[in-house]
Design a protein around this ligand. Structure first.
Ligand code: NIG
Length: 401
């Protein structure tokens, strides 16, 4: 692969932790060499490259790192959404509707649906995507979803896969505890070759703290990294459990006690906030300001799924975090890039993954750039809802323009 010199950058948001507060460069240039960033600095000092791209005075950010999605699904839940807007509260039970539709859909159709969703995300500047199983909820269905997603990781479409067999107790299960036995035993064994992470929906109406602990401990023993859906509908104990077990991330975090905030602030567990989901379920927005002020690391993710957040727009999440959750632009962009990378242990500093780091524009990181159709990144919040993604470069290739 050849090298590419990117110039004409009005603002370069490196989000490189080694640059600290000096991470936003003006009149800057970047050189990409194949799949990696090879050079970052002032335009005047830039080395030459095989090819050139002049972005015409636009702002450049790292591609978004969307660390929480549920892309492997079929069907539509717009009538559930409609009922919610008329006052019905969100309940985990709606997941069963998607399980039925997904089980009834062929692997080929599901693959096409997932790829279409990935392309939509790329068109909005997303360059790293985690996705989950969780709409199969039997051994065959969970393996099919995990294998499909793993195939898309292998071909470079997706980045990492999470096993979410413990999303809901399916209707046919004789009891929740029997289902947990299945998840921790034959289901885990069957999906293990295809997944890197395990997750559990620790919430009233889904899995108790004790059931969640069993699932997570079995998955950790099988070598999987841990993530938790916690404290979405109430103070479920999911956050405390995630911190106790050293999970990489606990996601949702709408209802937090002071102890939860303190526990997050003194741990390496990232609090992943999902503002599009909060709006779509009319839940209280997660307390982003409180978490950042306490010293917790936060990520922003889309939670793209058919029930609670049918959008993959990270720009929408960032705009909401600034406009409604009182984050600064810098905090919100960092949460949607480096924060997501930390939640996936793929950031430039963690060194935990064999794959190239993401979420920053730094020498050695993956060549993932998002060029905004705007001279400054503040337009993300100043012009919310506008199509501001001018180009997306993923792994050194132009995937959207
Ligand atoms: O992250 N909360 C649990 N899981 C998804 C919702 C899935 C669904 O309702 O289909 C979420 O919001």
């Amino acid at each position: 692969m050849s090298s590419l010199l990117v110039t004409g950058i009005s603002e370069l948001w490196t989000v490189d932790p080694s640059r600290g507060p000096d991470g936003i460069l003006t009149d800057a240039a970047v050189v990409l060499d194949g799949e990696q960033v090879a050079w970052v600095g002032a335009r005047a000092d830039a080395p030459d490259a095989d090819d050139r791209l002049d972005v015409g005075g636009r702002a450049v950010l790292p591609g978004w790192v969307d660390s929480h999605t549920h892309l492997v699904f079929a069907g539509d839940r717009s009538s559930e959404f409609d009922a919610r807007m008329a006052g019905r509260p969100y309940a985990a039970g709606g997941i069963g509707v998607t399980v039925e539709a997904t089980r009834a859909t062929s692997e080929c159709t599901l693959t096409r649906l997932v790829v279409e969703r990935v392309r939509e995300a790329e068109a909005g500047g997303t360059t790293t995507l985690e996705t989950k199983t969780g709409y199969g909820l039997d051994v065959d269905g969970e393996v099919a979803a995990a294998r499909l997603a793993a195939g898309l990781v292998e071909t470079g479409v997706l980045d990492t896969v999470t096993f979410l067999g413990a999303h809901l107790v399916p209707a046919e299960a004789s009891s929740a505890d029997d289902y947990v036995d299945l998840v921790c035993g034959p289901m885990l064994e069957a999906v293990r070759p295809y997944v890197q992470w395990a997750d559990v929906f620790c919430e009233s109406g889904a899995f108790t703290v004790e059931q969640s602990r069993r699932v997570l401990q079995a998955c950790a023993a099988a070598g999987l990294g841990l993530r938790v859906h916690g404290n979405q509908l109430g103070e479920s104990g999911g956050v405390a459990l995630a911190v106790e077990l050293g999970a990489a991330s606990v996601d949702h975090c709408n209802h937090l006690s002071d102890n939860d905030v303190d526990a997050l602030a003194s741990s390496d567990t990232v609090a992943t906030l999902l503002p599009a989901c909060d709006l779509s379920t009319r839940a209280p927005l997660a307390p982003a300001r409180r978490l950042v002020d306490a010293g917790a690391t936060i990520a922003l993710a889309s939670n793209c799924n058919p029930g609670t957040s049918f959008t993959s727009s990270m720009a929408f999440c960032v705009a909401t975090a600034v406009l409604q959750q009182r984050l600064s632009l810098d905090e919100a962009i960092t949460a949607g890039t480096l924060g997501g990378a930390k939640a996936l242990r793929r950031d430039v500093e963690s060194g935990e993954s064999a794959a190239l780091p993401v979420g920053s524009i730094a020498v050695g990181a993956r060549a993932d750039l998002h060029v905004l159709d705007a001279p400054a990144a503040i337009h993300l919040a100043y012009r919310p809802g506008m199509p501001l993604s001018w180009a997306t470069i993923r792994r050194g290739r132009l995937v959207h323009h």
